[in-house]
Design a protein around this ligand. Structure first.
Ligand code: GLP
Length: 243
């Protein structure tokens, strides 16, 4: 288990951005799994800025997102597809063929899950997977209680996120919202994982994830068992860890 603690948010964003760029420079055919949210927004923009100044070869790179919101328009600003496009994918000139995302709407989400997972597998699987950490310990949309052996599926989002998306998209209460996500088993199959957490509000869950037992109550605790996972924190997120 490799834990890297940096001083502040600025150092955190820069380090994570360079980890991704380093992966691509080492492997121009890298399959890169991204994650949306407050944790990763800045680092995506840093990668985009560095690329603009010092372009590197991304012509063979594949990018995918670990999860997606279901039953909202794909163009909705809170859809992972649109967030990743706006924050990074367009800036790198990544084509639609290089960008694998599940649909936000479907008549058959089970089939959509299989197609999404297969598309990643066909490209050889993730070389690197970036993950944010839910305050309840979720990874992607794998909420507490999700099975460790689970594969890509549609599950629920946490209550606060669902309420925000419902409001922003004017989704009536009788229309189900959810999260389509790679399962914990798929995530664990990534060759390398970067678990990213910054800020004081993550300090409690960071401690539980690393110092507590491996349990489905805290999905991210499974990462204790990954052979090549780097945990990157700022001092605030790491603040409750034992020295
Ligand atoms: C959402 C996403 C997750 C992400 C998490 C972290 O729930 N589905 O993939 O890891 O948010 O969010 P934040 O970085 O905003 O704390």
């Amino acid at each position: 288990m490799k834990i890297t603690i940096v001083k502040d948010e600025e150092a955190f964003d820069a380090l994570a951005a360079w980890r991704v760029i380093g992966e691509i420079l080492n492997n121009p055919k890298a399959v890169v799994g991204l994650s949306t949210g407050r944790t990763t927004k800045n680092l995506h923009e840093i990668i985009a800025g560095i690329y603009k100044q010092y372009p590197f070869d991304v012509s063979q790179v594949t990018i995918f997102g670990v999860d997606e919101v279901t039953n909202v328009p794909r163009e909705y600003a809170g859809a992972c597809y649109t967030m990743l496009k706006n924050e990074l994918v367009d800036a790198l000139g990544i084509t639609e063929k290089q960008f694998i995302m599940p649909p936000t709407t479907s008549d058959d989400f089970n089939a959509a899950c299989r197609t999404f997972q297969k598309a990643i597998e066909t490209r050889g699987g993730a070389d690197i997977q970036l993950l944010g950490l839910g305050e309840n310990g979720h990874l992607g949309f794998n909420q507490p209680g999700s099975p460790f052996e689970g594969e890509t599926w549609v599950t629920s989002m946490d209550e606060a996120l669902e309420a925000r998306i419902r409001k922003e998209t004017n989704t009536p209460s009788d229309k189900e919202l959810g999260g389509l996500t790679l399962g914990l088993k798929n995530i664990m199959q990534s060759r390398k994982i970067l678990l990213l957490a910054k800020g004081e509000r993550k300090a409690d869950i960071v401690k539980q994830m690393l110092e507590g037992p491996v349990t489905t109550d805290i999905p991210a605790s499974i990462l204790q068992l990954h052979p090549n996972c780097e945990f990157i924190f700022d001092e605030e997120a790491a603040g409750k860890l034992k020295q």
